[in-house]
Ligand binder design. Structure first.
Ligand SMILES: Nc1ncnc2c1ncn2[C@@H]1O[C@H](COP(=O)(O)OP(=O)(O)OP(=O)(O)O)[C@@H](O)[C@H]1O
Length: 398
């Protein structure tokens, strides 16, 4: 039996869970003492944070560099219309305070990077990966291994989701044990590119909160498994038992650490092509800036340089929805298959690529350069979305 005591009103607030077998006052005191870092306050992070706060986790760190947008509200349920434009970490912290004012909330509005990950995550007992990109997944996994903390990882796209706890229990595997090599960039589209049903992120984010509460209260049996959810399948859940950590894993294997120092590792380069759109949000991704141009700079170029060609690499159906005047449409798949037959190499011409979000356009730059293109070949950071935000608010965003 526990000798601890809760503030009087907490017996009322948490009574419904405290009377559960195996939970009790002990479980509630453990939650109160626990600290959890949630990286990403988006589709997964919002529901996870909501339930962790409601359940009475003592301290919640929220790390997200992004701001709330209208397109987030379909699934990022802690944010509101009134808070569009403010940092997600701050918006989520405000929402949590309204649910449970006694939770200590630490909003961090910078991105998690190799240079700050160890420092930012060290103060917490458990880490939640609620992000949406491969470089951050590997960064989080390596950091969790180095800090010796469990990593409760969620992922969701389209109608599907996954849940796994890494670096936990007796010899539990890390993310690198399961995925030693990153998914080919062309297969790893973002939610903005491939779509997401909001409630799917709700299901996976809630499961992340559930597993976290089980770990904190001692209700988790400590066996590693990968839960796969597919909303359109019957039954929708499948669970795969996982092996122990791989002895040869470069991060957590018994043969010793072979991955480099986290702060010096270029996770973006490791994961390849489809870079997260961090540049437009103030994060410089090394080695790319000379081939990139902002939307505002693009407007200036279009107004002042007659030797400019602007190539829109979206699929024709998207080009048909909206496009910039004088842009020509060469879909990325056609361009990559045979770059110079679609875009003749001409050093006298300045060539600019644009797409919806500024990811495919980088691949287009790479394709043309690899095919021998020289001179000014650049792409628009943040794509047409940045154009709408920074240059022409009347340009449609979809
Ligand atoms: N390295 C990182 N550090 C901090 N937050 C991150 C990092 N990588 C991703 N995130 C955050 O993780 C969240 C992922 O959530 P989600 O995919 O639902 O949102 P989104 O990126 O706003 O969506 P969309 O792709 O529709 O714009 C985002 O808020 C994003 O800013």
């Amino acid at each position: 039996m526990s000798t601890g005591r809760l503030p009087l009103e907490d017996y009322q607030r948490y009574g419904r869970q405290m009377i559960l077998d195996g939970f009790g006052l002990e479980g509630q005191l453990k939650l109160q003492k626990a600290s959890v870092a949630v990286v990403g306050a988006g589709g997964l992070g919002c529901p996870a944070l909501q339930y962790l706060a409601a359940a009475g986790v003592g301290k919640l760190g929220i790390i997200d560099h992004d701001v709330v947008e209208l397109s987030n509200l379909q699934r990022q349920i802690l944010h509101t219309q009134e808070r569009i434009g403010i940092p997600k970490a701050v918006s989520a912290a405000e929402a949590i305070k309204q649910i449970n004012s006694r939770v200590e909330v630490v909003p961090i509005t910078s991105a998690l990077l190799p240079t700050n990950a160890l420092d930012l995550l060290e103060p917490y007992d458990i880490i939640l990966d609620c992000t949406d990109n491969a470089p951050t997944r590997y960064l989080l996994s390596d950091t969790a291994v180095q800090l010796g903390k469990p990593l409760v990882s969620g992922a969701a796209q389209k109608y599907d989701g996954q849940l796994c706890i890494y670096n936990y229990g007796e010899n539990g595997p890390c993310y690198r044990c399961l995925f030693p090599k990153p998914t080919a960039p062309e297969l790893a589209g973002s939610c903005a590119e491939v779509g997401i049903l909001g409630v799917v992120t709700g299901i996976i984010g809630n499961l992340q909160a559930l597993e976290t509460i089980k770990i904190i209260t001692g209700l988790h049996e400590g066996k590693a498994s990968l839960l796969i959810f597919s909303a359109l399948s019957t039954p929708p859940f499948r669970s795969i038992k996982l092996r122990s950590k791989r002895p040869t894993c470069p991060a957590c294997g018994v043969e010793g650490q072979k991955v480099g120092r986290i702060s010096e590792t270029d996770y973006v380069a490791f994961c390849g092509g489809d870079r997260p759109d961090w540049v437009s949000k103030g994060m410089v991704v090394e080695g790319r800036t000379e081939y990139r141009i902002t939307a505002k700079e693009m407007r200036h170029v279009l107004q002042s340089s007659p030797t400019t060609r602007l190539i829109d690499v979206r699929p024709p159906v998207e080009y048909g929805i909206c496009h910039l005047p004088n842009s020509i449409n060469v879909p990325l798949n056609e361009l990559v298959a045979d770059p110079t037959s679609f875009v003749k190499i001409d050093e006298e011409l300045e060539t600019y690529f644009v797409c919806r979000l500024g990811n495919d356009s980088q691949l287009a730059v790479d394709a043309l350069r690899s095919a021998g293109g020289k001179g000014i070949i650049k792409d628009v950071v943040g794509g047409l979305r940045a154009w709408s935000k920074d240059v022409d608010p009347d340009f449609p965003v979809y």
